[in-house]
Design a protein around this ligand. Sequence first.
Ligand code: SF4
Length: 301
Amino acid sequence: MGKDTTISWCDSSVNPTMGCDGCELWNDHEKTCYAGKLHDRYGGVNRGFSPTFEQLTLHPGRMAKAAAWSDLRGARREAKPWLNGMPRLIFVSDMSDALSRDVPFEYLKSEVVENVTSTKGRRHQWLWLTKQPARMRKFDQYLEGLGIGWPRNLWAGTSVTTQPTVARVRELIQVRARIRFVSAEPLRGPIDLSELLAIRVIWGASSFGKTTPLTETEPAVKLVIAGGESGNSAHPCDIGWLRSLQHQCLSAGVACHIKQLGDRCIQNGVHVPVRDSGGEDWSEWPDSLIDLRMRQMPRSA
Ligand code: SF4
C-alpha cells in the first residue's frame, strides 16, 4: 500500500523533491502554504523534509517506491467512490513544487519520467501539479529534444487562486500531456476559465513511443478541481465562485470536482458552518448546496 491521502481526487501522494520557490501563498508577505508551514515545523529535524522550505532537496528513489505500490486498476474505494474502477491516482508534489528553478531537468527525467513509464509505474496514473507551468513546458521541450514523448499516464496540472493567476493555464495547455488539469484551490475570488476550457486539441502526441490516430478533438483541459481554503486564517470562499466554475465545466464538457467548501464558505453573505475540517464532508453540506456534490474525474484515464 502506498502513502494514502484523504485528498478526494487521488489515492496517494509522492514527493520527488522537497521545498519550493514559493508563490502567492508563500512569500515575504504571506505564509499560508500548508507544505511551507510543515517545513517550518519539521525542516532540519525530520530528514524527509528540506532544512528550510526555500532550500530545494532532491529525494531520488521515492518515485520508484511509489511505482511499486499496489495496482488499484478496477478497485473500489469505500471513502472515495468517485474513483472506483480507476487505476491508482498518485499526486506528484503535494509538499513541494518539483518544477522549482533549482531542480535539474536530468533529475526530473530520470526520477519522474522513467519511473512513471516503468513496467510498474505504468499501472498507475500520476497527477503532477505545479505553479510553474512555464517551466513544465520547458521540461517538455527538453524531453522533445531527446525524442521522448510526454508519458500518457502523467497528468499535467497547475494551480490557480485568482483571475490573474489564470495565465498559468495558458502555459499548461502547451504541455503535450494527454490529461491536463487545473486545481482552483484555495479559491480566493471569482475565476473565469471559460475561454480556456473551450479550447479543444487534437490528441496526436506520441506516448510510450506510439502515436494515437488523429481522429477527434478533446478539451485541452479535462478536469477542474475547486475548493475553498482550509484553516483558522482561511480567506472566504463564496458559493457563487464554486457554482460559476461548475457551470463553466458543464458548458465545456470538462470534468468538475468540487473538493471542499473551505472553512469560511459564504452563501448569500452568510457563513455556511462546517464541522469537518475544510468542509470536505459533503454529507454535512446544507440541502441548498446539493448541486455542488460533484466529484467527477476524466474517464479516459
Ligand atoms: S507552489 Fe505550492 S508548495 Fe510552493 S509555496 Fe506555493 S502552494 Fe506551497
